[in-house]
Design a protein around this ligand. Structure first.
Ligand SMILES: Cc1cc2nc3c(=O)[nH]c(=O)nc-3n(C[C@H](O)[C@H](O)[C@H](O)COP(=O)(O)O)c2cc1C
Length: 479
């Protein structure tokens, strides 16, 4: 049997008063849930009572409580809270049977309910206010590289942040992470030098337009922050029989990355900015930090108090990249059937020709970069990677060796090739492409389908698409 308490109380009601009231109502019986009206959950007396009962505290809105038919409504409570009952209504709202009607002390009321044993229990979520804070922290976390303050981080705050990071889930509970706290300026300078070298190398690889945009971006705050944290991963932690790792060793790295995300979110909640720097060859940082050889760098974080948190990522605000809509990322039952829960799922190729794509065009990015896309159905990809702006799409053959200049899109049918084309166009436009110049040297059916998809996807996102060096009009859909 599981008891539920509905409790109404005035602000400032003491723990002792609540304890006595509850004791009179239920004696020493076990209570699993306490429910009160939203806004009263922060009352210290109530919180202490809930903790002493070992119960969970939930809230209900006044509107939800007011909708319950209760045996003992009260006009004065209605005037005060907007519901004629808190205690009894809360019990009934929980689905419990009311076994002790409302009892009253000077400043509080309690009613007791019994949850039927045969009703399946559903674990409740957090009260709306708490739940919204979680979603807000996630939405308002930012990668911060500017505006750090010359202000130390309290040890208590840092410990809380590290505790949250350390609570991350991990494969087989292997907890493969460690956190190396770096404050020493000489060490940070050495790490900074490595990042500068990688920044220069990346800049040199960019086409002219993209390069000038990149020059305006800040990519690290190693020397601007009082604290750097190297998050490391020990891929062998836990020995041979780590549960769940045997089939997929990547899970070790996933686990350590989740610890970083926990750290990032907890830091945001504490008002600390975090910037992740990955402009490194990890081994070089490991050498500067004198890491043991079996421990690898997972992430290098710059941490400190900041002037403000921007509303949107810097890469979005500067037009370097754009958000990918969630509707593109959610698939139903089979890959490609996309849409939000509750929506009718559709394929990326919702449009069947270029003019239809142009009709509903939505400008997604603000990029102006011209990207030359070479579509190959088999054959040698490397020879086409001559210019910095060239992207080779390989439709057939095996997976090419890792190279971000080659996209592998092994389409099985022409329809799939069209679909992949739409998707690649959209993703390139999110990453700053303003115009796609498409070449298909082999001219196979698959390559032609992919190029068509590129055109539709490009046009639907408001970007110019040119094929074979010759501009094609929107009406010339070649669908
Ligand atoms: C694994 C990883 C590595 C990153 N490396 C860098 C980096 O080297 N420099 C940088 O400026 N931002 C880096 N970022 C931050 C991303 O640019 C940032 O998360 C993205 O633009 C979204 O912005 P937001 O984090 O503010 O939402 C990195 C982020 C992740 C997750």
């Amino acid at each position: 049997m599981s008891l539920v308490l509905g409790i109404g109380l005035r602000a400032g009601t003491s723990y002792r008063e609540l304890r006595d009231l509850v004791h009179d109502a239920v004696g020493a019986s076990a209570v699993s849930q306490v429910i009160t009206v939203e806004g009263r959950e922060t009352e210290p007396g109530l919180q202490r009572l809930v903790a002493s009962l070992g119960a969970q505290l939930f809230t209900a809105t006044a509107a939800d409580l007011a909708a319950q038919q209760v045996p003992t409504p009260s006009e004065s409570v209605d005037r005060l809270t907007g519901t004629a009952s808190v205690a009894e209504a809360a019990v009934l709202l929980s689905g419990a049977e009311l076994v002790v009607p409302k009892r009253r002390s000077a400043r509080a009321t309690v009613a007791v309910g019994r949850l039927p044993d045969d009703v399946p229990r559903v674990a409740p979520g957090y009260p709306p206010r708490d739940r919204d804070v979680v979603h807000r922290v996630i939405a308002e976390r930012r990668d911060v590289r500017r505006g750090f303050l010359d202000r130390p981080i309290d040890d208590d705050v840092l410990t809380r942040v590290l505790e949250s990071a350390h609570r991350a889930p991990s494969v087989g509970l292997s907890q493969p992470w460690d956190f190396l706290l770096i404050r020493d300026e000489a060490t940070r300078r050495k790490v900074h030098d490595l990042a500068v070298a990688q920044r220069d190398a990346f800049a040199a690889s960019l086409p002219a337009d993209r390069r000038s945009a990149f020059d305006g971006l800040k990519i690290e705050a190693i020397l601007d922050t009082p604290l750097n944290i190297a998050v490391t991963c020990d891929p062998g932690r836990g020995g041979r029989h780590v549960l769940g790792r045997h089939a997929d060793p990547r899970t070790t790295w996933f686990s350590a990355a989740i610890a970083v995300q926990n750290l990032w979110l907890a830091a945001r909640a504490e008002g600390l900015g975090v910037g992740w720097v990955s402009f490194f060859e990890p081994g070089e940082v490991g050498a500067v930090l004198d890491l043991p050889a079996h421990v690898e760098l997972l992430g290098y974080l710059c941490v400190g108090h900041v002037e403000e948190f921007a509303a949107a990522p810097e890469l979005v605000r500067t037009g370097w990249a754009a958000w990918r809509p969630l509707t593109w990322a959610v698939h139903h039952e089979t890959w490609g059937q996309r849409g939000l829960p509750g929506e009718t799922a559709s394929r990326a190729v919702a449009v069947r020709d270029a003019s239809a794509a142009a009709e509903g065009a939505v400008r997604l990015g603000s990029g102006r970069e011209v990207v030359r896309v070479v579509v190959l159905d088999g054959g040698e990809s490397a020879e086409h990677l001559v210019a910095a702006e060239a992207l080779v799409v390989q439709l057939g053959g095996g997976r090419p060796t890792a190279d971000f200049g080659v996209l592998w899109r092994p389409a099985r049918t022409e329809d799939e090739a069209v679909e992949f084309g739409v998707e690649v166009a959209r993703d390139l436009i999110l990453q700053g492409a303003g115009e796609l110049r498409v070449e298909c040297p082999g001219d196979s059916e698959l390559a032609d389908g992919f190029a068509r998809g590129l055109r539709w996807g490009g046009i639907a996102c408001g970007a110019a698409v040119v094929r074979g060096g010759e501009p094609r009009g929107v009406s010339d859909s070649s669908a």
